[in-house]
Design a protein around this ligand. Structure first.
Ligand code: PLP
Length: 372
């Protein structure tokens, strides 16, 4: 199989699996228990926390582990609403956000929050004048992601954070697709990340919180994460996240250069006839979301079973619903249906990617001939 679905998840790094192994098999103690073994597990978790914080690279805050980035985003949104000062009851977000943000915001709207969903331009970027017009003294929180999971388009998060702070609101950034792939933008007060997108294990995410801006607790119980998030932490998962973060930090230049080469090779191998969805300049180049007139993307996936790629987003795939991100860009139903997402990264071999792109192009041409 040629794996080209790096936005859905990434292969676990060998170094990560190795670091996790003892915490799965032998070192099973509860990290919150006072025994020597418990203390050792707690110390390993603290090392991992430092590694994740280092990879995020922001100052003036700290990380709490969660069960996923979805949980981190739910917590950030709901917990900030719970702590809202009198009179601040508005949340602003963007039409192309991940479902973890959009669905949580919709739920909050059902609870009485005043929700504004901003559109994007046809290149997938937010129009900052639009945002400026919406910002007022009632805004509590603005949620804008750094790198879009479907189209790879980046948003000017630092500039947005500055505008948001000027109106006295907080900024939440979903940096799930950015961590380990590019430097995290400075400015946000809350940042959600996930281990399995950076060659770590599934089932663990984190919320970076600026000191003093922590959301109210969302999961109640033993208060293990500084009284803010309850539940026994899994040392193996934390250690795995830490190892993945450390590796990503150490390899960032190498990984980035590799992805740039892969992008160039993929675009060349696909040949003419394809249009890139979203901005090509404000984009993470490990995400190649493309469409081709007349192609049925679902049929392409069925034709090329040994190449793992996606219809746009793992969540939208198979649901039959056209992608909300592609629709927000202004693509019609046919254009969205002819779009595929190729995702590649650290362990993708250039020759494999080139082979996959050539076969994709040939399969698309074959479809055209069949339908002619
Ligand atoms: N945000 C973005 C941009 C994502 O791509 C994903 C995962 O697909 C998530 C949030 C949710 O992450 P998790 O799988 O850790 O819940």
């Amino acid at each position: 199989m040629i794996y080209l679905d790096y936005q859905a998840t990434t292969p676990v790094a060998h170094e990560v699996a190795k670091a996790m192994q003892p915490w799965i098999e032998e070192r099973f103690a509860n990290p919150h228990s006072p025994s020597r073994w418990g203390r050792e597990a707690e110390a390993a978790i603290e090392v991992a926390r430092g590694q994740v914080e280092q990879a995020i690279g922001l100052k003036g805050g700290s990380v709490a582990f969660t069960g996923s980035a979805t949980e981190a985003l739910n917590w950030a949104l709901k917990g900030t609403v719970e702590n809202a000062p009198q009179g601040r009851d508005r949340i602003i977000t963007v039409a192309t956000e991940h479902a973890a943000v959009l669905d949580t915001c919709e739920w909050l709207a059902g609870q009485g929050v005043d929700l504004t969903l901003l559109p994007v331009r046809s290149d997938g970027r937010l129009d900052l004048d639009n945002l400026e017009r919406e910002l007022d003294e009632r805004v509590l929180l603005v949620a804008v992601m750094m790198v879009n999971n479907e189209i790879g388009v980046t948003q000017p998060v630092t500039e947005i954070a500055r505008m948001v702070h000027e109106c006295g609101a907080l900024m939440l950034c979903d940096a799930v697709q950015a961590l380990g792939r590019m430097e995290i933008c400075k400015g946000p007060d809350l940042v959600a990340v996930s281990a399995h997108k950076i060659h770590g294990p599934k089932g663990i995410g984190a919320l970076w919180m600026r000191d003093g801006k922590e959301p109210a607790p969302f999961i109640h119980g033993g208060g293990q994460e500084r009284g803010l998030r309850s539940g026994t932490l899994a040392p193996a998962l934390c250690v795995g996240f830490g190892a993945a973060a450390k590796l990503a930090d150490e390899r960032k230049t190498r990984d980035y250069d590799h992805v740039e080469k892969l992008w160039t090779a993929a675009v060349r191998a696909l040949g003419p006839g394809w249009t890139i969805n979203g901005s090509t300049s404000h984009r993470y180049h490990g995400n190649l979301n493309i469409r081709r007139e007349g192609v049925d993307a679902a049929r392409l996936i069925a034709d090329l079973r040994d190449i793992a790629f996606s219809l746009g987003s793992a969540c939208a795939s198979g649901s039959g619903r056209p992608s909300h991100v592609l629709r927000a860009l202004g693509l019609d139903h046919r254009e969205a249906r002819s779009s595929i997402r190729l995702g590649f990264g650290r362990y993708t071999k250039q020759n494999e990617l080139v082979e996959a792109c050539r076969r994709l192009a040939a399969a698309a041409v074959a479809q055209e001939k069949l339908d002619a």
